[in-house]
Design a protein around this ligand. Structure first.
Ligand code: ZN
Length: 238
């Protein structure tokens, strides 16, 4: 069972999905009935990918996932913990993935980014560092590192808001975590080199920030398509 991003495979379990075989195109019949939260957990537990950005983008393309919502907090921690498990360093196992998702869910309250100013993706990333370091009550340096991660994610989320976007926060949170794992522990998670281009802009219920968001790209437009202008046929009139 391998979650992957091949176009003819189920996003969750990786089985081949024949065109038209499922009402929810990118999911097999068995996975179509799963909640977004269950699908996110299954991907985190079964994927063999090592790039946390790719894992998160697969999760964020699940048909049942709301554009905005606290499921995104588990995408952040699930993608990081799965990538650590699958990495060459082999950090953690599925008990750690489950523990991260459990801690993340405990810290997550719908609308908390507005109600308290705390985006749940910050403690989601904090949980990843805490579990990675085995931090517990009374921990010294381990606790500091987890707290620094939370502050960095929170600060970056604040720069990305207005209105808020869980998908932008997930991408930024994962980027910060990847940088910190590399800087502090030499654990280098392989992330895609291509620039992330958000495919969800038009679904934002509060209005996408568009050019103010680093993940937004306006679709390119053929300026010749509507004017009937054919390069090389019409002469220059200047
Ligand atoms: Zn499936």
């Amino acid at each position: 069972m391998v979650a992957n991003d091949r176009s003819n495979s189920c996003l969750v379990c990786g089985v081949e999905v024949l065109p038209g075989a499922s009402a929810r195109g990118s999911l097999c019949a068995a996975c179509s009935g799963k909640s977004a939260a269950a699908a996110i957990e299954e991907i985190a537990l079964t994927t063999t990918l090592t790039d946390p950005v790719r894992i998160a983008e697969i999760m964020m393309s699940l048909p049942g996932l709301p554009m905005i919502g606290c499921e995104h907090t588990c995408i952040a921690s699930g993608a990081i913990m799965a990538a650590l498990r699958n990495s060459a360093y082999g950090k953690g196992g599925n008990d750690d993935v489950r523990e991260a998702l459990k801690r993340t869910a405990k810290q997550t309250v719908d609308g908390s980014c507005s109600l308290t100013g705390m985006c749940g993706i910050a403690p989601a990333i904090g949980a990843c560092f805490s579990i990675f370091l085995g931090a517990g009550p009374g921990a010294d340096r381990e606790q500091r590192i987890a707290m620094v991660a939370v502050v960095r994610v929170s600060q970056t989320a604040a720069q990305l808001t207005g209105p808020g976007c869980c998908k932008a926060y997930v991408r930024a949170g994962i980027s910060i975590a990847v940088d910190m794992f590399s800087e502090k522990f030499g654990v280098v998670l392989p992330v895609q080199r291509e620039t992330i281009v958000c495919k969800h802009s038009e679904s934002h219920p509060h209005g996408c920030r568009e050019e103010k968001c680093p993940y937004f790209r306006r679709p390119s437009k053929d300026i010749f398509a509507s004017g009937g202008f054919i390069p090389g046929i019409t002469g220059c009139v200047t």
